[in-house]
Design a protein around this ligand. Structure first.
Ligand code: NAD
Length: 208
């Protein structure tokens, strides 16, 4: 049985992940931590909010005491980190919010995880999974070969740069402290998930 902290679980992809996970592993504990920014929607979680083994915490990933308390009190062994400022256009007009949440917020989570799992922890198995984007590799030209993990980082927007920064921090916490981390750099999937997922968010299409 796993005990997950899912950040940004009231957002577009996080919500779909939470339903997927609880359906596949109903015995697992899933705690959603979400600040409910303009992008989060608590109603996304209506159908799961009363299920056993599900908890919602309204809070910010930058709140290290809050995150530390959740990790400790619930014996969390897995963090799936979706929470982010995620709209490229907004990052052009207000990059500061992207640095705060995507860079400082991710670092705050990493510190809380290190404290709980390595400094004070028992060395029990753990995983910090960071949900990133292929935009850290730049812009894929038509007919160009696909990006791979070997593609050099070349972010082209403040959003992509903030995600690239957070990727590097996650890598550094693994290399420096031995934190168990994984990173996924998946492509833009909103339209696809919007069609096949449980919650179609036309809202996102409007924002983009
Ligand atoms: N949507 C895509 O196509 C796509 C593609 C590749 C990668 N990603 C990545 O996947 C992740 C999820 O994307 P999404 O489209 O679901 O994003 P989204 O904007 O729909 O959801 C983000 C969620 O994070 C929450 N949040 C924001 N700041 C927070 C903070 N400081 N503390 C706690 N919660 C906070 C928001 O309230 C919201 O619920 C992001 O990290 C994004 O970079 C998205």
């Amino acid at each position: 049985m796993r005990r997950l902290l899912v950040t940004g679980g009231a957002g577009f992809i996080g919500t779909n992940f939470v339903y997927y996970w609880k359906k596949k592993y109903p015995e697992d504990l899933v705690i959603v931590l979400d600040a409910l920014t303009y992008a989060g929607n608590i109603e996304n979680l209506d159908q799961i909010k009363n299920c056993p083994g599900f908890l919602f915490v309204h809070g910010n990933i930058l709140d290290q005491n809050l995150v530390g308390g959740i990790l400790r009190d619930h014996g969390v062994d897995t963090i799936v980190h979706f929470a982010a400022e995620s709209h490229v256009d907004r990052s052009i007009h207000d990059p500061d919010a992207f640095i705060r949440t995507n860079v400082l917020g991710t670092h705050s989570l990493l510190k809380a995880a290190k404290t709980c799992w390595l400094d004070k922890g028992s060395g029990k198995p753990h995983r910090f999974h960071h949900v990133s984007t292929d935009e850290v590799y730049g812009t894929l030209e038509v007919n160009a070969p696909p990006f791979t993990e070997m593609t050099p980082y070349a972010p082209n927007s403040p959003y992509a740069a903030s995600k690239a920064s957070s990727d590097h921090l996650v890598r550094a916490y693994h290399k420096t402290y031995g934190l168990g981390t994984t990173i996924s750099n998946s492509p833009f999937i909103s339209l696809l998930i919007g069609k096949i997922g449980q919650f179609t968010q036309l809202f996102r299409l409007v924002v983009l």
